[in-house]
Design a binder for this molecule. Sequence first.
Ligand code: ADP
Length: 454
Amino acid sequence: MINRWIVFAACMLVGGGLGFWARTVNGLSFGLGIGLAVAAMVWLVIDSFFINRLLRWLRAEQSNDTPAVMAGSAPSLPGVWGEVADRTRRLLKNRDQQYQESQARLDEFLAAMQASPSGVVLLDAQGRIEWCNQMASQHFGFDAQRDVMQHIANLVRDPAFKAYMATGNFAHDVVIPGSASTPARPVKLSVHVHSYGKDRKLLLSRDITAVELAEAMRRDFVANVSHEIRTPLTVLSGFIETLQTLPLKEPERARYLALMSQQSQRMQTLVSDLLTLSRLEGSPSPSANEWTTLGALLAQCEQEAKALSAVIAPQGHKLEFESGPVSEIAGVQTELYSAMSNLVTNAVRYTPEGGLVRVSWKLLEDGRGEFKVKDTGPGIAPEHLPRLTERFYRIDRSRSRETGGTGLGLAIVKHVAQRHGAELHIESEPGQGSCFSIVFPAARVRRIQLAQAA
Ligand code: ADP
């Protein structure tokens, strides 16, 4: 500032000096006064020019939406205005840096919110949508651009949600159907609101369809197991009571004991199948280096089929086993046997006596291996096919029970197939018999030369 006064004083000195000189040399009266006035005018004009440049720059800066554009192009001015321009430019530069840093942080934060597996909606104090991520758009059917500043109650019209928002008690979540929910494919959302700031709300949504389904399946499973165990237990306790209270003759007693043994056998099979299923679910995938000879598996299945056929069908079945090329499968021998024997015994159990059950193994052209069980049984209506591998799903309950079925056989087959990277195919038509096949991937199948096999 002192410089400014010095420059002003210098101007006045020059102006005054020139005026004094004009008065003494040219006899100009008031020369000193005129010189001082002209000097002051010149100083003012030059100063106003600098101020004007500075102001123009600042105005342009202010009218610009994106800061930083002008910050680098401050006018170069002398003296105090130069310093003002320079300091302003530095302030603006700092502001730009801060703006860019906070913009980058905001972008990162929004990207993190976008990546969230939950739907995120930010609501203002009036319940209007300020921002929502892609997942929330999917859950509620919002348009992330169009629906900004729309009242959420106008867009999510579920009565349970409206009541939840109206109570203002957000201690718990509320479960509502998602926008893509249909009666055939219900979608369930868990929506939880959290208050923050000044009356603002953070709404989180989670697709819980799979969780709910798993929970429903767990409940069904427990109910089914209880039912399956209770039935033979009731029969057993009835017989025990009879044996304890009634003086029975020996043949009657023997008959009752045989029935009791049948029921306990049924429970044992059920428990064993349940254990197999839980082992399959809990253990790691089978190694691809442990090779099992197919011939041995088929021979075991054949023996079992013959024994079962002899027990349940006095006239027996026609059983055909084609072992195909000598091969090995990479996988757990007990699991593979369990899956194959389930398919073979099912064919025997559901095919009336005299019927044909054909079991075959072959290598497909692309190197995959196919284990196939074809029967001439009653066949299966198309509506049952997708549900056959569900636990305890049976079409013919009484036939299943009569022949010692637990309703878990195909669930076990499906698990074993999945664990070995194989596919289970079921083809059947009522009255046309059924065909169940497990197709193993080429990587788990190998043909062995006879000399090697021997
Ligand atoms: P189950 O122990 O009752 O046989 P599974 O899971 O092995 O249970 O089979 C499920 C249902 O699929 C059976 O109850 C039966 O109704 C049907 N099923 C399975 N295999 C055959 C088949 N070869 N022919 C006709 N129906 C079958």
